[in-house]
Design a protein around this ligand. Structure first.
Ligand SMILES: *Cc1c(COP(=O)(O)O)cnc(C)c1O
Length: 381
């Protein structure tokens, strides 16, 4: 066990070099002929990894994409000097009055922020505007009827020098499907055919499943793949050449041999169908490992896959050690984040997605950064 982890029940490790590797892998997927630039999506504090921890691995990104203006300021404070895209745009008129960040890009999803920008003072370094199309996901953005008019209103702001330029943003609802973007694309491309400006359509799933489409856009916006997890249902990150950036570690703190028919857990919810050896793993929903984890979800005990028994408590996860080579008290356990046990595989068992698990660690989980190797050891793009 890592010396830094002595005395810890549970800890996470975050590997900025893995993020650098994944960024390079995504660039390679775009290919040398593509001019597409990369907004590295770091919303939710870099998908739960901690922005300051992964930033050294994102030096090769062309820009960072965040949820809100406060996050953009946090990126600057953490030392990021490149472009910043705020996906949530402006919250209110007050924010439009106080846009002092240089190299700022704002995604706008409705008309009010255009009013607010028109009323705000002109700036020496005005923001770029990314008009967001509602698209097939439909949660937020301009629909077909409103898009062109929003564009026209922004051209007025551009002439007044209140904004630096106008760009086009779409976000797909089902990019992981082989036929997931064609219809959505045809519709949006027709809408913006006569409206100049850079285009950004692709998240991780679109980039990985539809690289040809991604290649011909101006900017891509990968998130989850930068952290090493695959968004595609049929293939894991390691098989895509990605490296997990977060792993979650704990250990065995109890072992019991249980007779057939014996019950365990609150209200006896676990019943031993046969004599079994049960290991107690020193983690639980108090760390962000979901309480509703179904039996059979895999963990790695001493490097061997073992199934959980369900009935996760705040501090304990029961696992079935029957049939494993002998396990000792203190044996290391990995809950997710190795090539054998990628977080997306664990998430699938739990009926969720990798991003939800990664963003769910609670504050009591210490995070140990994996030291980044010297520049000589870093993979080049
Ligand atoms: C979160 C987000 C992304 C990144 O998505 P991933 O699936 O994590 O790659 C891209 N664009 C928008 C608008 C987003 O909200």
């Amino acid at each position: 066990m890592d010396g830094n982890a002595i005395g810890l029940r549970v800890h996470a490790r975050v590997d900025a070099a893995a993020v650098a590797h994944n960024l390079a892998a995504l660039r390679a997927r775009l290919g040398p002929a593509s001019a597409a630039r990369i907004w590295a999506t770091v919303k939710a504090d870099a998908y739960g990894h901690g922005l300051h921890r992964v930033l050294p691995g994102l030096a090769g990104a062309d820009g960072l994409a965040v949820s809100q203006l406060a996050d953009a300021r946090a990126c600057r404070a953490a030392g990021w000097n490149g472009p910043l895209l705020v996906l949530g745009g402006l919250l209110d008129a007050e924010e439009a009055q106080r846009l002092a960040l240089p190299d700022l890009h704002l995604a706008l999803s409705h008309d009010r922020p255009i009013d607010w920008l028109g009323d705000a003072p002109s700036r020496a370094a005005p923001p770029w505007i990314w008009l967001r199309y509602a698209g097939d996901i439909g949660y937020t953005g301009f629909d077909d009827a409103g898009y062109a008019e929003a564009y026209r209103r922004c051209t007025v702001l551009a002439r007044q020098g209140r904004i630096a330029g106008i760009a086009h943003l779409n976000h797909y609802g089902r990019a992981e499907q082989p036929d997931g973007i064609a219809q959505a694309d045809a519709r949006f491309q027709a809408l913006i055919r006569d409206l100049p400006g850079p285009r950004s359509f692709c998240n991780s799933a679109a980039l990985l499943r539809h690289p040809d489409a991604a290649r011909s856009t101006d900017w891509v916006r990968p998130g989850i793949a930068l952290y090493g997890a695959s968004p595609l249902p049929d293939i894991d990150g390691p098989a895509l050449g990605l490296r997990p950036a977060m792993s979650l570690h704990t250990r065995i703190i109890g072992i019991r041999d249980v007779a057939k028919g014996e019950r365990l857990g609150y209200n006896g919810s676990i019943v031993a169908a046969a004599p079994m050896r049960v290991g107690m793993v020193a983690s639980g929903y108090g760390d962000g490992y979901p309480r509703r984890t179904p039996a059979g979800t895999p963990v790695l005990v001493d490097g061997h896959i073992a199934p959980t028994l369900g009935a996760v408590t705040m501090d304990l996860i029961p696992v079935d050690l029957t049939g494993l080579p002998p396990v000792a008290i203190g044996a290391p356990v990995v809950l997710w984040g190795t090539p054998e046990l990628p977080v997306e595989k664990v998430a699938r068992h739990m009926g969720t997605i990798a991003a939800e698990l990664l963003t769910s660690l609670t504050p009591r989980v210490p995070v140990i950064p994996v030291p980044m190797a010297g520049p000589d050891d870093l993979e080049q793009k």
